[in-house]
Design a protein around this ligand. Structure first.
Ligand code: IPM
Ligand code: MG
Length: 368
């Protein structure tokens, strides 16, 4: 693996403390597996706003375009609620996604055996669950024009626009079909074709791409509301789900919670291949900045550590090393180690963020 560069953007809230643990893991792979990364670090979100008056500077944006992969912690916090919309921490993340053109957001929802009891659903409904949501990330109602709040007559009107082009739908559909082929060869596409024209087009284009290029994959369609219902009723019926930006935002939170803890789940946001063949990529935990527990050593670093595992797999072609890291995480959980978010009825004393990171590194050592 030649000169792999990583830009780390810890962000706000628990972002910096979980990223400290990821750095231990990155260093381990450098020292013990010869995978060395040129790591640089910068600000995003509220942290960037505090320092520069913007949630993402042009310099940081340019750096993100140059590196092989970006690793992001989390953005946002109540302190920034009062800010103008245009400089809110979330805008920094949305700018990265948009300008890097990271159109395919991979959000696995996997139930760790040791944690099946933490789900609000019965253990037999979620045990062994392993699904992948592919969320379109650079278009739809998040970015469509016109948008804004203006005044009509004597009242204000808020406007956002759901807009999808054929090519935007086709490219994310291809990403999802490709993933399905590497998994159980089953894809379910979700939209609201019963209500929205963009949904009608979505269904048509996914079907066309299927017929022309992926007829070996089993394809089904579902209205997104029914999809939410089916995800809670019997989630194991799904393998890969592809859906738009807003439905994907909702459905991926729902799917994440099926597994027991949001603190466990990573994500990858991928774009087109760069000159070196690696996709433009940003990796981040699905959880947010959790300002209520920030700075207390309570946060679960696993989602962020598993995001680095996704980077090993999808950016650096190190699937075996990614599996090594995932196995180490499973082993630590099997030993009964729990951060505070994972404490249930069993009343085990929680370990700190740093203790969890150290335990994972110890399991990595043991894997050699
Ligand atoms: C997510 C988050 C973001 C989104 C926010 C922080 C902008 O909820 O990544 O799911 O809505 O996409
Ligand atoms: Mg979300």
């Amino acid at each position: 693996m030649s000169n792999a560069s990583l830009l780390i953007l810890p962000g706000d809230g628990i972002g910096p403390e979980v990223m400290t643990e990821v750095r231990k893991v990155i260093e381990w792979f450098g020292a013990k597996r010869g995978l060395s990364f040129d790591v640089s670090e910068d600000l995003v979100g509220g942290a960037a706003y505090d320092a520069h008056g913007t949630p993402l500077t042009d310099e940081t944006m340019a750096k993100a375009q140059e590196v092989d992969a970006v690793l992001l912690g989390a953005v946002g916090g109540p302190k920034y609620d009062v800010l103008d919309f245009s400089v809110k921490p979330e805008r920094g993340l949305l700018r990265l996604r948009k300008e890097m053109d990271l159109y395919a957001n991979l959000r696995p929802a996997q139930c760790f055996d040791a944690l099946a009891d933490f789900s609000s659903l019965k253990a037999d409904v979620v045990g062994g669950l392993d699904i992948m949501i592919v969320r379109e990330l650079t278009s739809g109602v998040y970015f469509g024009e016109p948008r804004g709040i203006h005044t009509e007559g004597n009242e204000r009107v808020g406007i956002n626009t759901q807009r999808y082009t054929e090519s935007e739908i086709a490219r994310v559909a291809r990403s999802a079909f490709e993933l399905a082929r590497k998994r159980d060869n089953k894809l379910c596409s979700m939209e609201k074709a019963n209500v929205m024209e963009s949904g009608v087009l979505w269904r048509d284009v996914v079907s066309e791409v299927h017929a022309a290029e992926y007829s070996d994959v089993e394809l089904s369609h579902m209205y997104a509301d029914a999809g939410a219902m089916q995800l809670t009723r019997w989630p194991k019926q799904f393998d890969v789900i592809v859906t738009d930006n807003l439905f994907g935002d909702l459905l991926s939170d729902l799917a994440a919670m099926l597994t027991g803890s949001l603190g466990m789940l990573p994500s990858a946001s991928l774009g087109a291949p760069m000159a070196n063949g690696r996709p433009k990529a940003l990796y981040e935990p699905v959880h947010g900045s959790a300002p209520d527990i920030a700075g207390q050593g309570k946060a679960n670093p696993i989602a962020c550590i598993l995001s680095f595992a996704m980077a090993l797999r999808y950016s650096f072609d190190q699937g075996d090393e990614a599996a090594r890291l995932e196995t180490a995480v499973n082993a630590v959980l099997a030993d009964g180690l729990r951060t505070a978010d994972l404490l249930g009825q069993d009343g085990v004393a929680p370990v700190s963020t740093a203790e969890m990171g150290d335990a994972i590194v110890a399991k990595l050592d043991a894997s050699l």
